[in-house]
Design a protein around this ligand. Structure first.
Ligand SMILES: Nc1ncnc2c1ncn2[C@@H]1O[C@H](COP(=O)(O)OP(=O)(O)OP(=O)(O)O)[C@@H](O)[C@H]1O
Length: 796
């Protein structure tokens, strides 16, 4: 978006002076804002706890002045804290980033409409800080020509938070306030009273540039228009290792999604690089602002595909002054468990599909490992015997009414009643007392009805016979065998896979939370259990097991260590959230949707995705699970689902057009209806396609070194597993700088780099669960440059 040429555009020879002057003008205002902010931060720091409490008010209604002061101090405090906690100074463009020059509603002759929140605006003539041409902030020095035309205008500054002066007059309007909407929504076709929109480029507290957009056909004489437009400047710059906020350059269609109402479901779709993620994150900040009480106390959860993704986006919300959002990767969603591996595609498909729930149901209801198959004891002088069938019956009756881990007392009572039924005659009360005091019963119960950790229950599938039995009639023989092998791998490597997390969550819901044993009991049975683990592991191993993923070098563990790592920490019941934001939603398996849904009963949702980038193969199955997670079942029969509003993004802001064209040609033959956005930026440099020689490491090293001088920011070498070792060797030998990373295809989801080297694209397609769709993801990660290294003969 570039500025419209007009009568007030300076001549080329004047440009540096004019720009310097305009920068000085803005600097004066920014300095004043920072002085006020420093005062407010000091005030807020001195009453930190009180300040936070004071700020807890719902901003949807009218806000009184004294409340506003509390809010401002709270915001100042949170903002300062965010800046302290994270080194975000260089990640964002400054506290004040925008300025609107607006027609006042009273000014005649223009199509101005009143702004939505005029209480937060002031006219330029009223502004005692209105800068002069030399940038000083005294109203008395303003020259006459400016005064006469400026009197009809309002100046409104937009920033990351609202800042007021000592008289509570607004110096900056929070970007999320209704009064800031015109900054994002005004266009020359619908100017909304805006004459000039100005973006201030700042480095920390210094204004380093201004970029203007003129919204009316002709600007007033005293209003200078400079710059080439802020959006292009933002898009051409180098990408760091962290995503940046886009608060200064949010586009109108993005703003509509950001400010959509919170209730129900908001779905944001669009092709690669269309800003879906960044828009969703700004939406989280907007929801916190517009309904702070609800969302700060109820919580907002952002779910992304990987830990690399959460690390990539983690600074966006703090840079907007918002700290209270939980960011979780799918492999981290269950408290007490972290996944560090992924399954082979065919195993991930079995673990992610709804059918596995029947297998888990059987495991949860099965007699625990090592449980006795017969009860025999003397109680109150009676010889009691309950055989295996009776015990099995009892177990299933007890589990009909409750979950295993909460049913110990019920099971003990049911056992007692079954025992009493075998007694002919006697005193029932005396029997009950003797039963309750019986050590035999205590010992039996500890083994027959132990507390069950869902992870241990899942690991029973490492035993092939157990896996076959639990999956009879549900999984094919070879599927059950592959699942068993994957848990044997887990017991060898000590690491869970991302798909396992959803299965543990399902089992945790079936079994209920593990009840803490009293300290003295705990010491005793923990030792017993560990002995049991080792024995079980040894007995479950058989020759030829453990194929698939190889433990990391140096990570060979004893069976006991590996099992301890798998069972480290405690699985706690899921937290629940008021709003859930799911990114890369096209990749969630049905089991993962169920896991996310457990955290959002009654939540509103923002769901972001692009079907053409999907790694989960069965879209219909996942779609149903997604609807279930939204809470369709909880609705009256007449309603088919929650309110869903949809936003579609169709401009690719990431990839240079040349790079995206290459990716488009890969995906269209495979997914003819792929959502293809329009790439708005050109570099004039086509992707470089080279042939791989037998010396892959040398090829990769050459490609990296060729790219490094061309870009300032991050470079990724994206490689299939087959070439991973060679690429790592090249990295070690080549002395690549830190800004070069080696990544596997799946872990690049949602990320971006200045440049990429894509190694062996055909192999990436062959190895990936989503095939060409994953290659499409890989080919759309580079903003400025891409080199593709292809096999000369892919069939080899
Ligand atoms: N209005 C904007 N101003 C500046 N940069 C923008 C704007 N919108 C998007 N971008 C940039 O475009 C890039 C792509 O955005 P983002 O990662 O959110 O896209 P996406 O749709 O989630 O992509 P994908 O689906 O491929 O992961 C980011 O660098 C983002 O900052």
């Amino acid at each position: 978006m570039t500025s419209t040429p007009n009568a007030t555009a300076p001549s080329p020879s004047d440009v540096p002076d004019v720009v310097a002057h305009e920068i000085a003008v803005e600097q004066a205002h920014v300095d004043r804002v920072h002085r006020e902010l420093a005062k407010a931060t000091e005030r807020a720091n001195s009453v930190e706890a009180e300040g936070l409490a004071r700020g807890r008010t719902d901003r949807t209604g009218d806000v009184r002045d004294e409340e506003m002061t509390g809010l401002f101090e709270r915001d100042a405090l949170v903002f300062a804290a965010a800046r302290r906690r994270h080194d975000i100074e260089n990640q964002f463009e400054g506290l004040v980033f925008g300025r609107l020059d607006l027609e006042t509603p009273s000014a005649g002759g223009s199509a101005t409409r009143p702004t939505p929140d005029s209480s937060l605006t002031r006219s330029a003539a009223d502004d005692p800080t209105r800068p002069t041409r030399d940038g000083s902030a005294t109203g008395s020095a303003v020259d006459g020509a400016r005064r006469s035309s400026a009197a009809d205008r309002e100046i409104r500054y937009i920033g990351r938070l609202g800042v007021r002066d000592d008289d509570y007059e607004p110096l900056v309007v929070d970007w999320r306030a209704p009064a800031a909407a015109a900054f994002y929504r005004a266009t020359p076709v619908e100017p909304m009273g805006v004459i000039r929109r100005r973006v201030l480029r700042c480095r920390s507290e210094r204004v380093v540039g201004v970029e203007d957009d003129l919204m009316v056909p002709e600007a007033p004489d005293d209003l200078v228009i400079v710059g080439d437009g802020a959006l292009m400047a933002a898009l051409t710059r180098s990408r760091g290792t962290r995503m940046r906020d886009i608060v200064a350059t949010i586009q109108r269609h993005q703003d509509e999604a950001i400010r959509a109402p919170s209730r129900g479901v908001t779905e944001i779709t669009g092709g690669p690089g269309t800003g879906k993620t960044v828009v969703a994150l700004h939406r989280a900040a907007y929801l916190l602002y517009s309904e702070r009480r609800r969302f700060e106390s109820g919580g907002i959860l952002v779910v992304g595909p990987s830990a690399a993704y959460t690390a990539y986006i983690e600074r966006v919300l703090p840079s907007l002054g918002e700290e209270s959002v939980a960011l979780r990767a799918l492999g981290d969603l269950v408290d007490g468990m972290t996944a560090t591996r992924v399954d082979a595609p065919e195993v991930a498909a079995v673990k992610g599909a709804p059918a596995i729930r029947r297998v888990l149901g059987r495991l949860a209801a099965a007699t625990p490992d090592g449980a006795p198959t017969r009860f025999r004891s003397f109680v109150a002088g009676h010889a009691i015997t309950l055989d295996e069938a009776a015990l099995r019956r009892l177990r299933s009756v007890v589990l009909r009414g409750t979950v295993h881990n909460l049913a110990t007392e019920a099971a003990r009572a049911a056992l007692r009643e079954a025992a009493w039924a075998t007694v002919h005659g006697g005193d029932r009360e005396a029997f009950r007392d003797a039963w309750d005091a019986s050590m035999d019963v205590d010992t039996f119960m500890a083994d027959w009805w132990p507390q069950l950790d869902p992870r241990e229950v899942l690991l029973r599938l490492a035993d092939t016979e157990t896996a076959y039995a639990a999956s009879r009639g549900v999984l094919a023989h070879e599927e059950a065998a592959a699942v068993a092998r994957s848990y044997a791998d887990a017991l060898e490597s000590g690491a869970w896979t991302v798909a396992d997390v959803a299965l543990v969550d399902d089992l945790a819901a079936r079994l209920g939370p593990v009840q803490e044993a009293a300290a003295e009991e705990r010491e005793f049975w923990e030792i017993e259990e560990l002995d049991g683990y080792a024995a079980q592991w040894e007995s479950s191993r058989s020759p030829g097991r453990g194929g698939g993923s190889v433990p990391e070098p140096g990570a060979v563990r004893t069976p006991l260590e590996a099992r301890e790592r798998l069972l480290d920490g405690r699985i706690t019941p899921p937290s629940s959230y008021a709003h859930i934001l799911v990114d890369e939603a096209q990749d969630l398996s049905p089991m993962q949707w169920r896991m996310v849904g457990r955290r959002g009963r009654g939540a509103s949702w923002t769901v972001v995705g692009d079907a053409a980038q999907a790694s989960w193969p069965d879209a219909a199955q996942a779609g149903q699970a997604r609807l279930d997670a939204y809470g369709r079942r909880g609705r009256p029969a007449a309603q088919t689902g929650p309110e869903v509003r949809r936003f579609h993004m169709d401009t690719n802001y990431r990839n240079a057009r040349e790079i995206f064209d290459y990716a488009r040609d890969v995906i269209l033959p495979v997914v003819p209806d792929a959502d293809i956005p329009l790439a708005v930026r050109e570099t004039g440099v086509e992707p470089e396609v080279r042939e791989l020689s037998p010396d892959v490491a040398a090829d990769v090293d050459r490609a990296v070194k060729h790219l490094l001088p061309q870009v300032e920011g991050a470079v990724a070498v994206i490689t299939p597993v087959r070439h991973e070792r060679l690429v790592e060797r090249a990295a070690a030998a080549g002395g690549w700088p830190d800004r070069v990373v080696v990544a596997d295809p799946l872990s690049t989801k949602g990320l971006e780099y200045d440049a990429t080297v894509v190694v062996d694209p055909d192999r990436i397609t062959a190895e990936s669960p989503g095939g060409a769709r994953i290659l499409y993801v890989v080919l759309t990660r580079a903003a400025h440059r891409m080199t593709v290294l292809r096999e000369a003969n892919p069939a080899r």
